[in-house]
Design a protein around this ligand. Structure first.
Ligand SMILES: Nc1ncnc2c1ncn2[C@@H]1O[C@H](COP(=O)(O)OP(=O)(O)O)[C@@H](O)[C@H]1O
Ligand SMILES: [Mg+2]
Length: 424
């Protein structure tokens, strides 16, 4: 069987199978692997959709294949007890009693782990009947567990014995309780010399210190792994190597254009590639054409970006020469950081207009963009946790908007508000 376009290009899915095209991420990938080898906890962070989860999963393919990877897709609405439950179930326990609330726990007259952190409640786990003889024997002394603390050493021992890899994704969505419990858990992890048990934390933040409550007890353990939009050569490998697997030729000039339209987002590039490859296969063409690229952009706009393009159109000015709302949005989309300060906006827009724009000229339009009338397309963000709120940050309400505006900027011809390729 020859490869199909959807075997190679997998927008929205992790490119983990051999037939999927995966671009090596160089530095962050090496940093991740090195951290794991040294027993550190990689903290993978960066903007929305830059490939953090794919990279982390790619680096742990072996653990995954051996059933050692415990992947928590998101921390949203989860407690540490939920995470412990997943770990214990993989080891072979049936978790029978789940969380009690802290109140019940306290009124039970027991002193739990007030010092260590916060509410874990407690959970009770029994060895599961389904376990193999050998495993049962090995775990015999821990037939039943009662876990009541985020720093419980039994849990750590069991994870160590089983050689588990705990990967916590979307860590930025954790609630305050989980953040505190997780920090206590990591501190307990740091205080022991684990040889097998590994942990990685991933989150959509352009600032690692927002992901984990830092303290001297865990700082030495953490290894920051920043992930940036894909580079030109990474994009090149997705497009050219991917198409080569399908025996579709990419003319060099068109290739550069396609890469530019992917604006550093591996998801967008994969999406465009899949569209173009399918058209090529259907028409039995052996090379990509301009028309295929244009059609892929229209398909992307229609399927993925219509709502956001509409929101952008509503938010920008259509008349006047200053067009500050539009300039603000573009300056924000161009910024490397997801949180932008007024200073950065003043700087960016002044350069844009080749004149000094005072912050007083921008504060009105900026405020407008955070009101319902204009989306709100932007929102206020607090300063990083742990620091005084020294700045007022602004960010896109929907993190995917950044790529859409980058695409608009890359594709619009002079005089066009919305690129022709985005019009239906
Ligand atoms: N290294 C890569 N090579 C090829 N495609 C990738 C790569 N990284 C990400 N992708 C594509 O981009 C999409 C989004 O990546 P993802 O890892 O989910 O981003 P993040 O976790 O940073 O939000 C994936 O579904 C995949 O299709
Ligand atoms: Mg992710």
């Amino acid at each position: 069987m020859s490869l199909q376009p959807s075997d190679v290009f997998v927008p929205g899915r992790f490119p983990l199978e051999d037939r999927n095209i995966y671009a090596d991420r160089g530095r962050p990938q090496d940093d991740f692997i090195k951290a794991i080898r040294r027993g550190f906890v990689p903290v993978v962070f960066g903007s929305y959709g830059v490939g953090k989860s794919s990279l982390s999963r790619y680096c742990t393919k072996t653990e995954d294949a051996h059933g050692k990877l415990v992947y928590i897709e998101s921390t949203y609405g989860k407690s540490l007890a939920d995470i412990f439950t997943r770990l214990l179930e993989v080891i072979g326990y049936e978790v029978t009693t789940e969380k009690t609330t802290q109140r019940e726990w306290e009124s039970g007259g027991e002193t739990g782990f007030g010092l260590a952190g916060d509410i874990l409640g407690y959970l009770k786990a029994n060895l599961s009947g389904k376990l193999s003889r050998g495993r049962k024997k090995a775990l015999a002394s821990k037939r039943q567990l009662v876990v009541s603390s985020p720093t419980d050493s039994k849990v750590l021992d069991l994870c160590e014995d089983a050689g588990l890899f705990l990967m916590i994704d979307e860590a930025h969505r954790a609630g305050d309780t989980l953040r505190r419990d997780l920090s206590a858990f990591l501190k307990a992890f740091a205080n022991r010399n684990h040889r097998q048990f590994r942990i990685a934390v991933i989150g959509t933040e352009t600032d690692a210190s927002r992901l984990i409550i830092r303290d001297p007890g865990i700082d030495r353990l953490l290894q920051e792994v920043p992930v940036h939009p894909i580079s030109h050569s990474e994009a090149r490998s997705i497009l050219f190597d991917g198409m080569a697997r399908l025996r579709i030729r990419v003319p060099e000039d068109l290739g550069m254009k396609i890469i530019r339209s992917g604006v550093g987002s591996p998801f967008i590039l994969q999406y465009l590639c899949l569209e173009m490859a399918e058209t090529a296969k259907q028409t039995r063409a052996d090379a990509l054409t301009q028309e295929m690229h244009a059609a892929a952009l229209r398909a992307y706009a229609k399927a993925k970006a219509q709502r956001m393009i509409h929101q952008y159109r509503t938010a920008i000015e259509t008349t006047g020469t200053k067009k500050y709302r539009k300039r603000i949005l573009h300056a924000m989309a161009r910024a490397e950081d997801d949180y932008v300060t007024m200073d950065q906006l003043v700087h960016g827009i002044s350069r844009d207009m080749a004149e000094d724009v005072p912050s007083t000229a921008l504060s009105g339009p900026l405020r407008e963009l955070k009101t319902a009338k204009f989306g709100p397309i932007l929102t206020d963000v607090e300063g990083p946790s742990g620091t005084a709120r020294a700045y007022n940050y602004s960010a896109f309400a929907d993190p995917a908007m950044k790529s859409i505006i980058r695409m608009i900027e890359a594709l619009a011809r002079p005089g066009e508000e919305i690129p022709a390729d985005f019009q239906q």
